[in-house]
Design a binder for this molecule. Structure first.
Ligand code: ZN
Ligand code: ZN
Length: 365
């Protein structure tokens, strides 16, 4: 079947809208008609040449997708035709040691993509395409493994649901799962894009008594206040470490989160911790980045950890977070600051780089 997709061919070049062939679902695969997709930084990483991705063939990017099941392979048990679903790049095998110990977000089973030598899921004129994270949501259809999907309630709007597949899952999970934030604790969040705002929300849902948002754009700090931050620091005006210390009576924060992927911000997050505080690095740093900090700058018994996709168990977390949305405890409406269609993708990347948006959502007809 032919479909329109936004195709990545070369680093630093705009994606092009092309006709791409999508195969039939086989075995445990599901064909999903895409309804909405968020535009996430990780896709931009590929365009900017920052990721560790093989670039030997064209890519269909996009991984924050939601839609409706169109067809299923013979062995699919998780979803049925007509189900509303959200895709997640934490596709899991269910049998590796990480999956079996409750950490499917770091699954090592590697079953969600077709083998390299199999007929490709996507192609053009017989030439194989890759899909980002075995999803590829910048396309009218997604063909993916059932373990890259979760079924959701059909009354949840799919544009809001899409965001929970990556950015919201990552941010809320970083606070509630990776950091294990407890009610009454304090937090600082460095970077208030889609993920950072979701960390702020996770900290609010978890009962943090103080949530300090740090960013260089006042517009993002305003958004952070809107979703639950109690204080803000504009890092172009104030030294964030001094500011966080001042706001916490020099105690520092119990939790600091880095949500951008910049070594300097990681260092600042570590330097503003309280005794026994935890710095959780959520951002993806360039592969050769080094984080340095003076020994004297950190208080006793601090921890520094990374968080992968909010330490999620997405088959239960995504429906839970959508229930929070339904109850008004998770604000997804104000996370969408821009909307467009598939051919707006390059402008969506530009807006993201310029710091204009929390999230752009692309809608399909
Ligand atoms: Zn993402
Ligand atoms: Zn696994």
């Amino acid at each position: 079947m032919e479909m329109s997709a936004a195709v990545f061919r070369k680093v630093h070049e705009p994606l092009t809208i092309e006709q791409v062939e999508v195969d039939k679902p086989r075995g445990r695969e599901v064909l999903v008609r895409t309804v909405a997709t968020g535009v996430c930084h990780s896709d931009l990483h590929v365009v900017d040449g920052l990721g560790r991705f093989p670039l030997d063939r064209p890519f269909v990017l996009g991984h924050e997708g939601a839609g409706i099941v169109e067809a299923v392979g013979a062995d699919v048990t998780a979803v049925r035709v007509g189900d509303h679903v959200v895709a997640c790049l934490s596709g899991f095998c269910g049998t590796c040691p990480q999956c079996l110990s409750g950490h499917p977000n770091v699954c090592t089973g590697g079953i969600v993509a077709r083998p390299e030598d199999a007929t490709p899921r996507l192609s053009q004129g017989g030439k194989p395409f890759r899909t980002f994270a075995a999803i590829g949501s910048y396309a009218e259809y997604m063909l993916l493994h059932e373990n890259s999907l979760v079924r959701i309630e059909p009354d949840i709007p799919l544009d809001r649901a899409a965001l929970v597949g990556c950015g919201v899952l990552t941010g809320v999970g970083a606070a509630l799962r990776s950091a294990g934030l407890q009610a009454g604790q304090t937090a600082a969040v460095f970077g208030c894009g889609g993920v950072g705002l979701s960390i702020v929300q996770g900290a609010r849902i978890g009962g943090a008594r103080q949530i300090i948002a740090v960013d260089q754009f006042d517009s993002k700090l305003e958004m952070a206040m809107g979703v639950g931050a109690t204080h803000t620091v504009n890092s172009t005006q104030d030294d964030p470490v001094k500011a966080v210390r001042a706001l916490t009576k020099d105690l520092g924060v119990d939790h600091a989160f880095e949500a951008v992927g910049v070594a300097q911000l990681c260092r600042q997050a570590i330097e503003c911790l309280a005794v026994r505080g935890t710095a959780t690095i959520v951002g993806v740093l360039p592969p050769d980045a080094t984080i340095e900090f003076p020994w004297m700058a950190i208080r006793p018994e601090c921890k520094v950890q990374t968080s992968r996709m909010g330490s999620n168990q997405f088959r239960t977390d995504i429906p839970n977070y959508l229930e929070f949305y339904r109850q008004g405890r998770l604000d997804l409406d104000s996370m969408i600051s821009r909307r467009g269609q598939l051919d707006d993708i390059n402008d969506a990347f530009r807006a993201m780089k310029a710091g204009e948006v929390a999230r752009t959502v692309l809608m399909f007809n």
